[in-house]
Design a binder for this molecule. Structure first.
Ligand code: FMN
Length: 191
């Protein structure tokens, strides 16, 4: 259980923050891989991404390539959602967030320094992600220099609402936190 009946919204929010911060620190944490959903003119789209950092305001940071479909979707529809599930604690976390694209700015430069060696190839392919190819190995070519950060992009997700569902037999616990003026307040909901 992530939380139990009898705990206050403040206690639950504090536990939740702790677990979300651990997602970025612990490579085995179940919250490390998260479903990021975006929408475009054709409708919704979802994919897994890695949580690379979480700051003290609970902003989430994800790395990607500027040429991906998710970046195009966010450029026109900046609201997105993150969906986590912790199988051992049987808890679901749904987050609605405004997403800011950091491309060739100070924040992207700062994170680029932390991506070292071969890991940089993930943001260096010659062909853009999603380009149609005849054979898989056509895509395995990268720029000569791994210094160039021209495609490297950091997505900053700024949550406006966080909802938790704690599975618990027939007595599930559901609570939603909304953020106003940097203050989070909890509201219990029928599951
Ligand atoms: C476990 C897992 C983690 C992933 N992490 C990332 C990531 O951090 N950033 C990213 O751009 N793509 C990541 N991907 C690939 C995306 O799911 C997706 O296939 C790719 O980014 C293209 O998505 P798009 O066309 O919707 O933009 C990951 C895939 C898996 C299965």
């Amino acid at each position: 259980m992530l939380y139990k009946i009898g705990e206050s919204p403040e206690e639950i929010f504090s536990t939740l923050k702790h677990e979300l911060h651990r997602a970025a620190l612990d490579k085995k944490h179940p919250f490390r891989f998260v479903v990021l959903s975006t929408s475009n003119f054709h409708g919704p789209d979802s994919r897994y991404v890695v949580i690379r950092a979480v700051n003290e305001h609970l902003h989430f940071f994800v790395f990607t390539d500027f040429r991906t479909e998710k970046v195009k979707a966010i450029q026109t529809h900046p609201m997105s959602s993150l969906l986590f599930y912790h199988p051992q604690k049987r808890a679901q976390v749904r987050i609605q967030a405004k997403t800011v694209i950091h491309h060739q700015d100070d924040l992207a430069q700062q994170y680029w320094k932390k991506v070292q060696g071969e890991a940089r190839k993930a943001y260096h392919s010659i062909l853009p992600p999603g380009a149609p190819i005849h054979r898989p190995d056509e895509a395995f070519s990268w720029k000569d220099t791994l210094e160039d950060a021209s495609f490297f992009t950091v997505l900053e997700l700024i949550p406006s609402s966080i909802e938790l569902l704690q599975l618990n037999g027939l007595e599930h616990l559901r609570i939603r936190f909304n953020c106003s003026n940097n203050e989070w307040t909890g509201q219990w909901l029928a599951p």
